[in-house]
Design a protein around this ligand. Structure first.
Ligand code: ATP
Ligand code: MG
Length: 408
């Protein structure tokens, strides 16, 4: 069945790929037993929201697969949607596919037109079939053999090689149609945002906290961001950088609320009244308290930080204990066991790296002690802090809080 037997409409459809759609495979969501329905609904809604800016699509879920089909109003190709679908948590793989009738001839015809370019560049191929519709009269091996035979006829210079083929043609027999596609690319994995509870993430301008936020969003957490600013020690550019990091995260997390909390008075009071070796620790205790206050208000159930064991003096085991002493919420630290190199790789992969390395100061780097305590005890830090009017300082910081939505 060479290309020239196709009629004009079929050829045009091939060049335009106008029947092309996306097949999104669900990951752990399918394991979720009784909650499965709400997980699937959330995931479908998240896909819909993420793909809104990529065109006009009909999005539906059938048999653990989300179908993204362009509507008659859709203009442009599927490239943007293909990329965006890879950023939705809960999706394990994304394939571009074409639908066809559920018989061997139509499947082969679809593969010949849709994959002509791929066949032109390959020396060998195989067909791999899956049969979601168990009523279909052939099993998957029979389908692969029959379609493979027709493709071998159509592309005589491309050999069949079932062990190490250069090109694998995937065929799926589903409810209404069969589908032909090339290998799927990995999706973002994880669980749909919104299925893992609501948490407040402490977002600084550094490399770590955008990555820790991304990691918790990947486990389904819906995040609310908190950032502390200390003007005039920290600049407007530093704050803008954090807003930009939040914006970069929205392609993964959906829109984000960012709370900005003034921190100057607290830092100055600590510097004036507390022993220098505890500056950072006491400051971090205030951050936790304030983040918890925001969390309680938003009914969020956990805090997220970018801390990693041993990375700096305030992240030794003893220091982490001192920091979380002031909150009764779980403190989630997804980077705790990660090396800096792994964190950097993740930052590059998720698109936050270039912004994170812009050289603006964070309030953590203002008033850093020359010799920070690395083995502090909770008691000694509580005592050192007891000279401060914690309640009043917190109340004033929260009074100055502002927030805004960040969207892509
Ligand atoms: P990062 O690269 O995320 O800035 P870091 O290694 O520089 O982290 P610290 O500065 O000690 O570490 O901060 C530890 C964590 O505390 C950060 O990952 C972040 O979650 C939180 N944090 C630090 N500074 C701020 C800030 N200005 N606003 C909000 N959270 C902050
Ligand atoms: Mg930092």
């Amino acid at each position: 069945m060479p290309l020239c037997i196709l009629n004009f409409e079929e050829l045009e459809a091939y060049y335009m790929n106008e029947n092309e759609l996306l097949l999104l495979k669900l990951g752990e969501v399918v394991l979720k037993g009784q909650n499965r329905r709400s997980f699937e609904d959330r995931l479908t809604a998240n896909v819909r929201r993420r793909l809104k800016s990529c065109g006009s699509f009909e999005i539906s879920l059938r048999q653990s697969t989300i179908y993204v089909e362009p509507t008659a109003h859709h203009t442009g190709g599927m490239e943007d949607a293909f990329r965006a679908a890879q950023q939705v948590f809960g999706v394990v793989s994304v394939a571009r596919a074409v639908p066809c009738g559920k018989n061997v001839e139509e499947i082969a015809k679809a593969a010949i037109t849709y994959l002509a370019g791929a066949f032109a560049g390959a020396k060998s191929f195989k067909v791999e079939s899956k049969r979601a519709d168990k009523q279909f009269p052939m099993n998957s091996i029979q389908i692969s053999q029959a379609v493979g035979a027709l493709l071998a006829e159509a592309f005589p210079s491309v050999a069949v090689d079932v062990h190490h083929p250069e090109l694998t043609v995937f065929v799926e027999i589903r409810e209404k149609y069969a589908y032909v596609h090339t290998p799927a690319v990995p999706g973002a994995g994880g669980l749909p945002v919104g299925t893992g509870g609501h948490a407040v993430s402490l977002l600084s301008g550094g490399l770590d906290s955008p990555v820790s936020s991304w990691m918790m969003a990947r486990r389904g957490a819906e995040l609310e961001m908190v950032h502390f600013v200390s003007p005039p020690y920290t600049s407007q550019q530093a704050q803008d950088k954090v807003m930009e990091l939040a914006r970069l995260l929205t392609v993964w997390c959906g829109r984000l609320r960012v709370h900005i909390i003034p921190f100057t008075e607290i830092q100055e009071e600590i510097r004036r009244n507390c022993p220098e070796e505890f500056f950072t620790l006491i400051m971090r205790r205030f951050m936790m308290r304030l983040a918890e206050a925001i969390a309680r208000r938003a009914n969020a159930k956990a805090l997220v930080t970018g801390e990693s064991l041993g990375q700096v003096a305030s992240q030794t085991m003893a220091a982490l204990g001192v920091t979380e002493d002031v909150t009764s919420l779980p403190v989630l630290r997804p980077l705790i066991g990660m090396d800096k190199v792994e964190i950097i790789h993740t930052a590059q992969r998720i698109g936050t790296y270039d912004t994170s390395i812009l050289p603006y100061e964070d309030c953590c780097t203002v008033f850093t002690p020359r010799h920070p305590a690395t083995r502090p005890s909770v008691e000694e830090v509580r005592k050192a802090e007891s000279v401060l009017d914690v309640e009043a300082l917190m109340a004033r910081a929260l009074e100055g809080e502002t927030w805004s939505w960040v969207k892509s």
